[in-house]
Design a protein. Structure first.
Length: 330
């Protein structure tokens, strides 16, 4: 029987949406789900190392969130800088789009930019006269469900402590719980997936099989690939890592992924039923109802078990979404 988007809905009281982070990253709560037995535990993220095996490899996404949201000097136009195509050219989501027709100009920080192309989906290619300093003029594009504008503190907290490769619009939120002290005690490796604006877009199709997934850019080194292949169990920190690794899986009984430097784009849409070939355990935050991410988690642990875990998380008043608590599926 075809799965419907509404099959992945659940009720979430609005007050459980975490509008701001906790004072300490590792103080988050952690719901532990045992896939084999169905057992559910309530722990703290500080307990995470207790669930790791000696031959586990943690794989994390080291993308760095950029302050990609800028406003024109006259305050009439908002631009979300999605992708830098050349030093002076950005692909942008523009609001209101009707103001920015082909050939129209906009000023940001006294620098003029001109629309040189209008893409089929409505995005604009804007060529700037000189570099626009996003660190000075940009704002973080915080998720709409936080219900607030970005603040100075978000520059630090809406960023993982290991972020280094600039290019994300949104944070890989499962990584927000780690501290440098915790990470240095764990065997880990990095890949990069630049989380794009598509992560906020809802599923509009009635049948999940009709949903068109957004694509996101990734990068993985041969060294990380080698370590993944030699690891006992791969523990993916987040759905972004999961999507990259499952995109790169190969049909080889001796290897999980090809041992070479790889970069590209993935639009993989993981939903039930799906057999995972690389990821053996998943750490992730709680996701929006009817989202592609809750569908991915349902594919990993089984829809019934995942929704039972979400029901208990609501009952126990866990904090939800980007700045919220996390879930470990083992």
């Amino acid at each position: 029987m075809p799965l419907l988007t509404k099959d992945f809905d659940y009720h979430l009281p609005e007050e459980l949406i975490a509008a701001r982070p906790l004072k300490e990253r590792a103080d988050s709560r952690m719901l532990v789900v045992h896939r084999d037995s169905g057992k559910i535990e309530h722990r703290l993220f500080r307990d995470f190392p207790e669930y790791l095996r000696p031959d586990d490899l943690l794989v994390l996404n080291d993308t760095k969130v950029i302050p990609a949201r800028v406003f024109s000097d006259d305050g009439k136009t908002e631009l979300l800088c999605l992708d830098r195509l050349s030093p002076l050219e950005w692909r942008c989501l523009v609001r209101p789009g009707k103001r920015m027709k082909l050939g129209r100009s906009v000023n940001v920080g006294g620098i003029s930019g001109t629309v040189t192309e209008v893409f089929e989906n409505g995005d604009r290619l804007i060529r700037w006269e000189s570099l626009v300093d996003l660190e000075t003029h940009g704002h973080l594009a915080l998720p709409h469900y936080l219900g607030r504008e970005d603040e100075l503190a978000d520059r630090e907290r809406y960023q993982t402590v290991f972020a280094r490769e600039e290019g994300a619009i949104a944070a890989p939120t499962a990584g927000l719980h780690f501290t440098p002290e915790m990470l240095e005690k764990m065997t880990h490796a990095f890949l990069t997936l630049h989380v794009g604006v598509g992560t906020f877009r809802p599923v509009s199709a009635e049948l999940i099989s009709d949903h068109v997934m957004h694509s996101e850019r990734y990068l993985i080194s041969s060294e990380t690939a080698q370590r993944i292949n030699s690891a006992g169990r791969v523990v993916a920190v987040g759905t972004t890592v999961t999507r990259v690794l499952e995109s790169l899986r190969i049909a080889d009984p001796k290897s999980r992924i090809a041992e070479k430097d790889q970069r590209g784009e993935t639009d993989i849409f993981i939903h039930p039923p799906y057999e995972f070939g690389v990821v053996g355990s998943l750490l992730t935050n709680f996701h929006l109802p009817q989202s592609t991410l809750i569908m991915l988690v349902s594919a990993f642990a089984g829809k019934d078990l995942v929704f039972e875990a979400y029901r208990k998380a609501v009952e126990e008043r866990y904090r939800f979404f980007s700045y919220g608590d996390c879930m470990l599926l083992i």
